[in-house]
Design a protein around this ligand. Structure first.
Ligand SMILES: Cc1cc2nc3c(=O)[nH]c(=O)nc-3n(C[C@H](O)[C@H](O)[C@H](O)COP(=O)(O)OP(=O)(O)OC[C@H]3O[C@@H](n4cnc5c(N)ncnc54)[C@H](O)[C@@H]3O)c2cc1C
Ligand code: HEM
Length: 302
């Protein structure tokens, strides 16, 4: 009939196999839960630091920020952390291969599972980044922004300041917006190659170039976007109100760890050894039968 046989285990697996077509989004459960928990944690953090604590401590009413501003702080932070979670398991896999000196040993099942969830994590990160882009476009058309602008203009007139141009702020905003838009553009390319109709037209090398190479480019651009956004605020004690670091600092930790890890792996001594291992070279001994066949094709298909 033209079907390819596939070994799915013993007869006892039949029950689970019959249920397989009825399961809804099984591969999305872990990544969606992770993203949701991250969102809830960071939204709670942002609400407390920027809304609740100022109200309790100084009676300032910032509750109007909850539906849009706080969401637009949380979404990009979630996007950054999830994007880092896409590239972290690859580094751990490389570390394991380096320490074991072979690619012919199974990764632990948690790492295997994590490596297999990267596509879903990446697409969820893309979704959060896209929503953040749209939210950001709407920042200036909000009533709150219009009132703030009017109030600032009034204060400026009263203070008789003819020109409020601050060169540093102009550079900062243009730099962070530009790197954010570029980062999002690269993420769009990654999302496009996820479509089976596009991904299937690429060979393994092209797919790896886009997913791995451009993926790291997207991560670097979004880290730059956040660094330009933060500018010198990370070093200003005022940003650490209530002894809590600003949201963008939290968002930067994991992506920076991943980028540093990637740079370390690019050191010639490690990179050469890793390339040899990926090509099948082994340090100590020939592989045993139980160790055969595992890590090839870690990059999942589209
Ligand atoms: C918007 C978006 C969409 C995405 N869509 C997809 C998608 O459709 N499909 C998908 O798989 N991922 C997708 N991802 C996730 C991610 O981009 C890819 O998984 C990417 O390939 C990860 O690159 P990497 O360099 O971290 O890991 P990899 O290139 O997978 O390498 C991980 C580790 O595997 C080992 N390894 C690599 N090559 C070999 C080899 N030849 N032999 C033995 N071991 C090897 C090494 O230890 C390496 O460090 C997407 C991400 C985003 C943001
Ligand atoms: C269309 C592209 C993008 C635009 C127009 C954009 C715009 C903005 C704007 C205007 C801000 C400041 C928000 C504020 O003042 O509260 C901001 C902050 C931020 N952006 Fe983006 N951005 C884009 C893409 C991205 C992407 C792809 C990421 C990461 C994946 C990202 C991560 C962040 C982070 C972490 C912050 C700091 C949030 C905070 O702590 O307040 N952005 N961006």
């Amino acid at each position: 009939m033209g079907f390819s046989p596939l070994d799915m285990g013993c007869l006892g697996a039949a029950g689970a196999l019959e249920e397989a077509p009825l399961r809804a989004f099984p591969s999305w459960r872990g990544p969606v839960l992770t993203t949701l928990l991250l969102f809830l944690f960071l939204y709670g953090y942002g609400s407390m630091k920027y809304v609740l604590f100022p109200y309790l401590a100084f009676g300032q009413n910032h509750f109007y920020q909850l539906p849009l501003e706080t969401v637009n702080q949380t979404l990009p932070a979630v996007a950054m952390v999830t994007l880092a979670l896409v590239y972290l398991p690859g580094l751990l896999a490389a570390g394991l291969q380096l320490s074991r000196g072979t690619k012919y040993r199974r990764f632990p099942s948690w790492l295997d599972c994590w490596l297999g969830s990267r596509k879903q994590l990446g697409l969820l990160s893309f979704l959060c980044a896209g929503l953040h882009g749209i939210y950001s476009m709407c920042l200036s058309i909000r009533r709150a922004a219009q009132y703030s602008l009017l109030n600032a203009a009034y204060r400026q007139v009263r203070a008789e300041i003819p020109n409020s141009w601050v060169e540093e702020k102009v550079w900062r905003s243009d730099l962070y917006l530009s790197s954010g838009i570029l980062g999002f553009g690269v993420l769009c390319v990654l999302a496009l190659t996820s479509l089976p109709s596009v991904g299937n037209t690429l060979n393994w090398r092209e797919f790896t170039f886009v997913q791995s190479g451009l993926g790291y480019a997207a991560l670097t651009l979004t880290v730059m976007h956040t660094l330009f956004f933060g500018w010198d605020m990370a070093f200003s004690p005022g940003s650490y109100s209530f002894y809590l670091p600003p949201m963008f600092v939290l968002a930067l930790v994991l992506p920076c760890v991943v980028l540093v890890g990637r740079l370390l792996l690019a050191l010639p001594c490690l990179a050469c050894r890793l390339t040899k291992i990926r090509r099948g070279w082994e340090t100590k001994r020939p592989r045993t039968d139980q160790e055969v066949g595992i890590t090839n094709g870690v990059v999942a298909d589209g």
